[in-house]
Design a protein around this ligand. Sequence first.
Ligand code: IPE
Ligand code: IPE
Ligand code: MG
Length: 250
Amino acid sequence: MMTNETGCNPPRHVAIIMDGNGRWALQRGLQRFRGHHQGVEAVRRVARAAREMGIEYLTLYSFSTENWSRPKAEVSELFSLLKMFIRRDLADLHRDNVRVIIIGEREGLPTDILPLLVEAERLTAKNTGQTLVIAFNYGGRHEIVSAARRIAAMAVRGEISVDDIDSGLFENMLDTRGIPDPDVVIRTSGEKRLSNFLLWQLAYSEFVFVDRLWPDFDGEDLKLAVSEFQGRSRRYGGVVSESGSRGTGS
Ligand code: IPE
Ligand code: IPE
Ligand code: MG
């Protein structure tokens, strides 16, 4: 595994709430969609930087289930950008050995987008480099409710008993099955909330909030956020021994 300049291992999984595209555009007297276009450039830049830093999993929040409440034109612009990103960047991502996974609700998505999502995952399924997780039409509460429904259906069919339901089974019903929980979640633009992102998976993640708007975010900002994370003490409910390692208190 790669180490950074400080000699620390990079976090295994970084998740980013990419926020501030609209404000970036408005500050320049531009329409909001221009901010979204610049936001795609930031995605390319930051994903590349994350690969160079040896980050194994990068999750990007690109459209929430609540974003449907935006004006219709903005929603279709965001959908077009995802389509364009997949069409233009999929071959490069594949060449760079990136595995693409798309999480979120697929029902109700326009029919021209679904085959692209399926193709992106299929083409890159066997890649062994970075895993790029795109949260699209994603909502944490919806994901948890869907998992509960699936488990209830299994119980009704008699495939499992109520005693079989534990965290492991639950995790396997989430869109993120098989993906380690994020070590750190970064939100840009100065907002300090989760906005329904990975509610289950972020239980013990570190949070780094940065003021920079997403279209301005770059590899240096990612490094800064990662080094802030590396200065944190993760205790998972335990205590830290004098040597700095996590202990059970016994
Ligand atoms: C993030 O930027 C992109 C999406 C949520 C899709 P915003 O569009 O939320 O930008 P602000 O928060 O209005 O500045
Ligand atoms: C969160 O940003 C969703 C994404 C980044 C895709 P929003 O801009 O939609 O969140 P709120 O509305 O400010 O909470
Ligand atoms: Mg926003």
